[in-house]
Design a protein around this ligand. Structure first.
Ligand code: SAH
Length: 342
């Protein structure tokens, strides 16, 4: 059985045609699905025999909400979702003045091994399929009963390590027959898998590329991110310049400030010299302290000085609002604590 959300409209049209049905039946099925009707029997304008065929070939499973945690201010909701095979993943909704933004997982676990991250501690279980990522968005949009307008691929997993499924997912959510989310409202965050950044650039999508840089020079980066042993910062910057040249999109560099590790004025100067003049923006993230390691947040004064220094290089730097800290919204934390307890 194929999950119907794995098919795009053209694929379903082709399937209809190949099974002796009229291709426009696919449009009707899509209309129902994206109106929230997930039971083929309730698709009123479709004949009994076609429904029988659909039921034989397709499942309509969507992730189920296992647990839901709402922050005190009500602006962040973290979800634990279960998949058909019983695996648990997490996704977060952040309500901003400009709309609802969802942070989704792209893999179950992660194999990148970043030292400060909870998602990677037990390695990877498997990639998520496109229909499962789409399912995260649909299930949560139904739950909040409001439109989701922005997607960030910043949950558990490395999106460029699951490249084909992630690209299929982006093409699925941006379709006018599904959720119709604009490419410019999607951000893909990567630890920097260089060849895939070039591939992505050649796809000419208008999505925002975010790079988890976290250090301005290779040795420092290697000490917190194993992927730095494979690709140098110079190779990442070259790939980013290629992405900018191809897409004309501004790059976001994420920089998690960790006390006594990458938060000195020398670090800010190094970062300023590295990125000055580039079409980019730096997103400073005060590290989320997790119980599995000893990394500590920089204090507010240090953060302020760091940003000031960057600004002196004409680099726009913003500090990420710490939303949902009271509900363990850092990457992979919640899934881990849930699995530990159950
Ligand atoms: N694998 C991708 C996307 C998932 S991680 C990537 O590396 O970009 C999303 C972001 O959260 C990354 O910038 C990651 O480095 C950061 N992150 C992970 N654990 C964190 C923590 N404990 N505190 C702050 N940021 C964290």
């Amino acid at each position: 059985m194929v999950n119907i959300f794995e098919f795009n409209l053209d694929e379903l049209k082709k399937w209809m045609k190949d099974t002796g049905e009229k291709p426009f039946r696919a449009n009707q099925v899509f209309d129902w699905l994206y109106k929230g009707v997930y039971d083929f029997d309730e698709m009123k304008n479709i004949s009994k025999s076609t429904i029988a065929k659909l039921k034989e070939n397709f499942s309509v499973f969507l992730p189920k909400i296992v647990k839901k945690y709402t922050s005190k201010d009500g602006y962040t909701i973290k979800y634990l979702l279960s998949l058909e095979d019983g695996n648990i993943i997490e996704a977060v909704i952040m309500k901003y003045h400009f709309g609802n933004s969802i942070c989704i997982s792209t893999q179950i676990g992660c194999r990148m091994g970043c030292k400060f991250c909870a998602s990677t501690i037990d390695g990877i279980v498997r990639n998520l399929a496109s229909y499962e990522m789409l399912g995260e968005v649909i299930t949560i949009q139904n739950d909040i009963d409001e439109r989701i307008s922005n997607i960030v691929l910043m949950g558990s997993g490395e999106p460029l390590d699951n490249y084909d499924n992630v690209l299929k997912f982006i093409s699925a959510v941006t379709s006018e027959y599904t959720l119709n989310i604009g490419e410019r409202h999607i951000t893909l965050s990567t630890c920097g898998i260089v060849p895939k950044i070039y591939e992505l650039a050649d796809n000419n999508l208008q999505i925002t590329l975010a790079i988890s840089l976290h250090a301005y020079e290779d040795d420092r980066r290697k000490s917190i991110m194993p992927i730095a042993n494979k690709y140098s910062i110079k190779e990442i910057i070259d790939a980013c310049n290629y992405y900018i040249q191809k897409t004309n999109r501004r790059i976001t560099f994420e920089y998690a400030l960790i006390r006594n590790t990458n938060d000195s004025i020398q670090d800010a100067i190094g970062l300023g010299e590295l990125l000055g003049g580039m079409l980019c923006h730096v997103n400073i993230i005060p590290i989320n302290e997790i119980k599995e390691n000893n990394y500590k947040k920089s204090n507010n004064k240090e953060i302020e000085l760091f940003i000031k220094k960057l600004n002196s290089y004409n680099i726009e730097a913003t500090i990420r609002r710490e939303m949902g800290k009271d509900i363990e919204a850092a990457c992979g934390q919640l899934r881990r604590s849930y699995i530990e307890l159950n």
